[in-house]
Design a protein around this ligand. Structure first.
Ligand code: EPU
Length: 439
């Protein structure tokens, strides 16, 4: 039965309290895939119990891996009986894991059949870089109606490949292809997000020989085999930034546990410039608050170390409370401002532009994509029983924030899209003063 539960949120008061951040979805799911590169078990600690991890578990099990949860967040993956190279279509239809399994299954089983996963509500999300990379390593790929069919004659061979853009997923594909390929591979223009650094660390702990060099270059000396290991999933920097923005937006105070401040390094500057305050209370504990009246700012999203595209939605909610005109230029996804329409329904004053409102070199320049936004503040938000339907995960948490900020009651629907990345929010947010209940 599809999950039709909704969240009901009573907003309008400062949100205070403490919340334990989850392990990062965008690393945990990749680490689960990496575990299949070995033939011995890997144990992942601090693995979040969220929708996307469950979907990834189903895919891995369909390929023959054994998965076992013991204790909180302790996930054992046994890849020894891997047998099926056919990846099922994920439940959500828009999960990015199937394409990452292509290189892994090619190494382990000599072939891979991966479904075509549709785009989602933030842009087309093509996989052309992943496919070109696999071909550079020697894979033969046939594109059929039901997906990509990849085979190899012999072992995959090292290559020199330059990614057209520092894509996170394509960098991960290159890592999976290169660690076991014969010879030394050089991949240029790679992504360097903290989750990529963690993935390189995990692969090296499994016995790989991967080095991240200056200027976005990866050097991989292929090895014959990898070994299972134990590894702890890093905290989710996107979730942490969202609670930070909520604390500042509502003039509350939220302490987030389980997050390494270093992964938020380029969030703090823009957050401070708007008027947010930060106190590092322990090695993995950060208190966020409002230091002064919020003021508008100008920012552009970019690949790491730039301001993350997944931070812009919670940030935009905070900017509705900042005096003046704020500008966000989104340079990673071509269509990631649809959620502003919902904020406008709550009273926010926003405008979406197709031209670049910024200086970052942008692939969407002159291409008519709605990828710049203007937010006028400060505007009190209000909801007289409005219903907001969640379009995607990160916008979903932004809606929860907006509802917590708005005077009155808001209903949020399509909550499984939120829970894919954030788990059971009403349960998790019990340590916060936010009034959120499941219906
Ligand atoms: N791109 C291509 N061709 C490709 C691959 C990517 O044109 O073959 C383009 C994309 O269309 C996009 C840009 O490159 O415009 C960046 O995409 P990237 O590959 O970096 O994104 P991803 O790996 O699909 C991950 C996260 C996203 C996050 C981005 C950017 C996961 C599962 N997803 O996606 O997170 O926004 O990196 O940091 O790791 C989310 O968690 O909700 C989410 C969307």
């Amino acid at each position: 039965m599809p999950d039709t539960s909704t969240y009901r949120i009573h907003g309008g008061t400062p949100v205070t309290g403490r919340i334990r951040g989850l392990g990062a979805k965008n690393f945990a799911t990749k680490a689960m895939v990496a575990a299949l590169l070995s033939e011995s078990p890997t144990r992942l600690l601090n693995t979040p119990r969220i929708g996307d991890v469950e979907i990834t578990c189903d895919m891995l099990e369909a390929c023959g891996a054994g998965l076992d949860w013991s204790g909180e967040g302790d996930l054992a993956i046994d890849p020894s009986a891997l047998a099926s190279a056919r990846v099922p279509v994920p439940d959500s239809g828009s999960n990015r894991i199937p394409i990452l399994l292509l290189g892994v299954l090619l190494h382990r089983l000599g072939e891979a059949h991966v479904p075509v996963v549709s785009g989602c509500n933030i842009g087309a999300r093509p996989v052309d870089f992943h496919l070109s990379a696999a071909e550079m390593f020697g894979a033969r790929i046939v594109v059929a109606d039901d997906g990509y069919h990849a085979t190899r004659g012999g072992p995959l061979k090292a290559c020199h490949y330059r990614l057209p853009y520092p894509s996170v997923g394509a960098t991960e594909s290159c890592l999976f292809l290169g660690v076991l390929a014969q010879g030394t591979s050089i991949i240029e223009n790679v992504a360097t997000e903290p989750e990529i650094i963690a993935l390189i660390t995990l692969l090296n702990a499994m016995g790989a020989r991967v080095q991240l060099m200056p200027n976005r270059q990866l050097v991989m000396h292929g090895v014959d085999r990898l070994y299972g290991t134990t590894f702890e999933v890093l905290g989710d920097r996107i979730e942490a930034a969202s609670w930070a923005a909520l604390a500042a937006a509502t003039d509350g105070e939220i302490t987030v546990d389980g997050i390494d401040p270093a992964t938020l390094i380029n969030f703090f500057g823009p957050f401070n410039s708007v008027g947010g305050g930060v106190s590092i209370e322990g090695p993995r504990s950060i208190r966020f608050f409002r230091r002064r009246a919020l003021q508008s700012t100008v920012l552009e999203t970019d690949v790491f170390p730039g301001f993350a595209t997944d931070w812009q939605q919670p940030f935009a909610v905070m900017l509705t409370q900042a005096a003046g005109a704020s500008i966000i230029h989104e340079t990673v996804y071509e269509r990631r401002f649809d959620y502003l329409t919902a904020l406008s329904a709550l009273g926010a004053r926003t405008q979406i532009e197709t031209h670049c409102l910024g200086n970052v070199s942008c692939r969407f320049h002159g291409r008519d994509f709605p990828h710049s936004a203007i937010i006028l503040g400060a505007t009190p938000l209000r909801s007289d029983g409005l219903t907001l339907d969640v379009p995607d995960l990160r916008a979903g948490l932004a809606y929860v924030m907006a509802a917590a900020l708005a005077e009155g009651e808001t209903t949020i629907t399509s909550v499984p899209r939120i829970e894919r990345g954030y788990g059971d929010l009403p349960e998790r947010a019990k340590g916060l003063s936010m009034r959120i209940e499941r219906r």
